[in-house]
Design a binder for this molecule. Structure first.
Ligand code: ACO
Length: 376
């Protein structure tokens, strides 16, 4: 067995046809297409088709895929009632993890693990997860859930179910760009978790549940909420530098910076920075953007030599805030999009499965005596 590598850094543990990442160059492609081109030109629906089929769809294929996704928007019978039973004090990520797990109990054949069955289940979870998040957020505000509108695309439908009014085109497009940029990212922690679980031939729901549990951690997708908390704590742009320098002096981690793979600026952060600036201007939130930009400048001065740059979570915080989302919905937004990537990896794993079972380096004693309990 090869030797122990803490955090599995640099270990290649799967093959994928979805994302290509060049961490040194700050490059990300989905099926060979640069993320910036997809953010500028594609839609979330088209991007999911690309990830799941290794090619862009024809017009007819995209229409058919979109129709199937829209047919999945509604919650299975009984799920709406289940969401209503969730304590209104629950964190949305705990709620989402639990409800995605519960979807297995509303599936007549939850353990079917053929590639075709996994695709169908993935489509259903991807389609109805927004209804879970929106229904829960409304429930905790004392409001009734709003039924999905199958005439709307993925992003517009979610914002409609959340707010009760149809979003503007600009907000819909901004949200869609967030969904595109968060959809997949190689063998990141949550994706690895999903692949590990499905490799036992467990079931799609268990794999997605594990992935959501992983994503909520502050070192992973939970960092976007940490970024927003930091921005809220900094009273004004002129206090941003001192705030960050104090954190550095205390050896604290600055959320939204650093990445296991990128040692240059995360290309998703570059896309979201442009988006955040535009949205901040449009929604009167320029203070948030200028604070973020100042933090980036300080971090570049202090940490660029170590390869620590903004990651996807840094500017997504300002973006989600400007879209009008509550802080504790930021990480669930990441999850709504990443269900696409997790599902794609689950499908890839099932298509060419081998159980994940790495080794552990034993560091304890050998041939130790067994001492009877009354002699210890
Ligand atoms: N702020 C300050 N220092 C940092 C940061 C940061 N955000 N990130 C890494 N470092 C420092 C570490 O303190 C460490 O310093 P040392 O060598 O002096 O001890 C060095 O950089 C290496 O850090 P590791 O934790 O070993 O690097 P790793 O590859 O394991 O970390 C991680 C990657 C967890 C993302 C890290 O950069 C971090 O904690 N960032 C903040 C949380 C965050 O933004 N997470 C989101 C990542 S993107 C995503 O998952 C969607």
């Amino acid at each position: 067995m090869s030797s122990y590598v803490k955090g599995l850094e640099g270990i290649v543990a799967a093959q994928t046809k979805m994302s290509y990442i060049d961490g040194a160059a700050g490059k990300l492609e989905y099926v060979g297409i640069p993320i910036g081109d997809l953010a500028s030109n594609s839609t979330f629906e088209e991007t999911v088709f690309l990830l799941w089929n290794s090619r862009l769809p024809t017009k007819a294929e995209l229409e058919a895929f979109t129709k199937d996704l829209r047919a999945s928007y509604a919650l299975p019978k009984g799920m709406a009632e289940r969401v209503k039973t969730v304590p209104t004090t629950a964190e949305p990520m705990h709620m989402l993890r639990t409800m995605v797990s519960a979807l297995a109990m509303h599936d007549a054949d939850p353990n079917a693990n053929s590639v075709e069955a996994a695709r169908a289940k993935s489509l259903k979870v991807l389609g109805c997860a927004p209804a879970i998040v929106a229904a829960y957020d409304r429930s905790r505000r004392g409001l009734d859930a709003i039924a999905p509108d199958a005439s709307l695309g993925f992003s517009a439908n979610f914002l409609y179910m959340l707010n009760g009014e149809k979003p503007t085109e600009a907000m819909t497009r901004a949200f869609d760009i967030c969904m595109i940029t968060h959809a997949d990212h190689g063998l990141n922690n949550s994706t690895f978790a999903a692949r590990v679980v499905i490799s036992t031939l467990s079931d799609v729901y268990s794999a997605l549940t594990a992935a959501i549990g992983s994503l909520r951690g502050p070192l992973h997708g939970g960092a976007n909420e940490g970024v927003m908390k930091m921005l809220n704590e900094i009273p004004s742009v002129d206090k941003a530098e001192a705030y960050v320098m104090d954190m550095i002096a205390r050896k604290e981690r600055i959320m939204g910076f650093g990445h296991r793979v990128y040692k240059a600026k995360d290309p998703r952060a570059a896309e979201l920075m442009t988006l955040a600036k535009q949205l901040a201007e449009d929604t009167g939130n320029m203070d948030l953007y200028t604070k973020s930009h100042k933090i980036e400048q300080v971090m570049e001065r202090e940490y660029a030599a170590k390869g620590i740059y903004p990651n996807v979570d840094f500017y997504s915080a300002t973006t989600y805030h400007c879209i009008g989302l509550k802080l504790d919905l930021f990480t669930p937004m990441f999850a709504l999009s990443r269900i696409a990537g997790w599902s794609g990896h689950i499908i890839e794993q099932l298509a060419d499965n081998r159980l994940f079972r790495p080794g552990a380096e034993y560091t304890g004693p050998h041939d130790a005596p067994y001492t009877p309990i009354d002699k210890r």
